[in-house]
Design a protein around this ligand. Sequence first.
Ligand SMILES: C[S@@+](CC[C@H](N)C(=O)[O-])C[C@H]1O[C@@H](n2cnc3c(N)ncnc32)[C@H](O)[C@@H]1O
Length: 287
Amino acid sequence: MNIIKAHNLACPIDGKSLQQTDKQFVCKNGHTYDIARQGYVNLLPVQYKRSKHPGDSKAMVVARTRFLDTGIYQPIATKVNEIVSALIINDKDVCILDAGCGEGYYFSSLVTFLSDRANSNNVSFVGLDISKDAIIQSTKRSKQISWVVGTNRQPPMLDESVDIILCMFGFLSIEGFNKILKPGGKIILVDPCPEHLKELREIIYPEVNKVEPTALAPSDIAGFYLLQSETIQFREKLDNNELVNQLLVMTPHFYRASKEGREAACNLEVLDITVDVTFNVFEKVTS
Ligand SMILES: C[S@@+](CC[C@H](N)C(=O)[O-])C[C@H]1O[C@@H](n2cnc3c(N)ncnc32)[C@H](O)[C@@H]1O
């Protein structure tokens, strides 16, 4: 597989194609976007921001990096790699977007996995997240990915130019994804199932909210049909307080929990967890 640069980034202001110069991306209407020294580009205009620092905070990003680097969630990465790999048809140019890529663990694992495949596809990778801290962290994982600060609501990519969109534990924007996906393009949605991290939730919310909100029903995605659906479930032991805290901080539960619930979880030295995750592949209907 040959990794090529993404050539389908679009100006977030007027949607025109962005061309890369030495240190900038520029559209034909003269809007320019500097390439940061870490190698990413910020395509999130201020009018698309709903807060000063949207998305995950630096503390969440750091906690997630440390937790994921232990390899505890490796089976999730392995499953994503298998699914994407099976979707790539030989000899075709392919663009893959990780929409809400976080700190880049899963996407960089995918790049490494696909790089070892001996076929002639040209593949480009775009990692998009609204959190600048997450994207800065991502740039340390791979230099072969185009890392972009931007929003899933208006992904800064050309219409019908993306083959596969990964959306893992993230913010699904059907309208935004539909616009940039080629006809026949795929969305791979990875979401928690009801048993996911139930042990943590039982401690944080002793009386309520034990069940993880259910993943989106396939029928909710107009203009797409469900191609494939799989679930994986496994158990792991978190055997120290630091690991439990990293898991807590990287999840939304940290902010949702009461002070008491948070403290109870923060003080744990050991926690057995169930990981229960679903992988749904949707194909865009060709008109
Ligand atoms: C739970 S994290 C998952 C990160 C990564 N996909 C993973 O599984 O490790 C959700 C991510 O979505 C990002 N996010 C939230 N709203 C977003 C939006 N509108 N557009 C793009 N990313 C967004 C957050 O900054 C965060 O990095």
